[in-house]
Design a protein around this ligand. Structure first.
Ligand code: 8YV
Length: 330
């Protein structure tokens, strides 16, 4: 029998995914689900034919320099690959794959949920009854802001941006977007979307801004202090992409001073650490913070696992895996 590839999985995956991986490959699991320490990661890249990391593993050039000769594939469990030095991997002849497409709808749902949560003050509202603080209805109490009729500016009109736009349109929001490339006319028509070549110009006119682009060197602090200052004082910002795309400190400052109305954040610059200023603002009900839950559905995680398996299997059978990360995507 042909030797099965050694596949090292850095975190716990859904049972069905782990079981199938054990059937197909010589799979080493992390049953404790504790993120691997630096030395354990070194051990992993030295022993593996295939590494299956997640967003919680830093796969940088220094680590890859210590990889064993057998490491040929990094099959990331997740869409974003900003925790992997893809250039360094490719330079060593290591293929990198990810799991696009299967977390689009879940992430767009969560983005819409954050928009609603911030605008309609859901986290504040849900605490009132359990904390026995409800004195009854009042015409002027717990007022949020209407969604319908407002302008949503989407930064990054890829799969998730478009899935968000479809939902937002149904909520009566008008769709605006900024993207490296303008999307095809038929998609603009379907979404009744307005393209802004200038991000600055778009930001200054939006009621809600949603970040939906990948984190790359070009998008690091794309929403910089200067750009965030362009926002209207009643604007809200949501981010389900990557924390690094927003200058978090600047955002916190502008919310504290009332120059931006609020924010809904599922991702943070230094995860899992969260900026204490944001935590304070969350306690005041001005921001809604979620612990990176955008793609966290059972179905989504199983689909991600299946993608990882298909990528490994195809690669091991000597073909190009379907979800290769190419330099042009970085
Ligand atoms: C995943 C994500 O949970 O796929 C992504 O890019 O941000 C998350 O939704 C995570 O990356 C798993 O590695």
């Amino acid at each position: 029998m042909k030797k099965r590839p050694v596949v090292v999985v850095t975190r716990r995956l859904p049972d069905v995914v782990e079981t199938r991986m054990r059937e197909l490959f010589d799979t080493r699991l992390n049953l404790e689900d504790k993120p691997l320490e630096a030395s354990e990661l070194v051990e992993a890249v030295q022993s593996a034919d295939v590494l299956v990391p997640t967003v919680t593993d830093e796969i940088d050039a220094a680590l890859l320099a210590q990889a064993g000769p057998n490491l040929r594939l990094i099959a990331n469990f997740g869409n974003g690959v900003d925790h992997i030095d893809v250039q360094a991997a490719l330079a060593r002849g290591i293929t990198v794959t990810n799991t696009p497409g299967v977390l689009t709808e879940d992430t767009a749902d969560m983005t819409m949920a954050l928009i609603m949560a911030v605008a309609r003050r859901l986290p504040e509202g849900v605490r009132v009854i359990p904390e026995d603080r409800w004195g009854g209805w009042s015409p002027t109490w717990m007022l949020g802001r209407r969604i319908t009729g407002k302008r949503l500016g989407i930064v990054g009109m890829g799969r998730i941006g478009q899935a968000l736009a479809r939902r937002a349109k149904a909520f009566g929001l008008s769709i605006h977007y900024h993207n490296r490339r303008r999307v095809p006319q038929r998609i603009e028509d379907e979404l009744e979307a307005t393209y802004w070549e200038s991000l600055d110009q778009m930001l200054a006119r939006m009621d809600i801004v949603s970040v939906n682009c990948p984190h790359t060197p070009a998008t690091y602090h794309l929403l910089s202090a200067r750009r965030l200052k362009l926002l209207k004082p009643d604007a809200i910002v949501v981010n389900t992409a990557r924390g690094e795309i927003i200058d978090e400190n600047a955002l916190a400052r502008l919310i504290e001073s009332g120059d931006v109305a609020g924010a809904g954040l599922d991702v943070f610059e230094h995860e899992p650490a969260v900026n204490p200023r944001l935590i304070k603002l969350a306690r005041q009900g001005k921001v809604v913070l979620l612990p990176h839950m955008g793609s966290a559905t059972y179905e989504g995680r199983v689909d991600m696992g299946e993608k990882v398996i298909v990528n490994i299997k195809t690669f091991m059978d000597g073909h190009r895996p379907p979800d290769r990360v190419l330099p042009s995507m970085l």
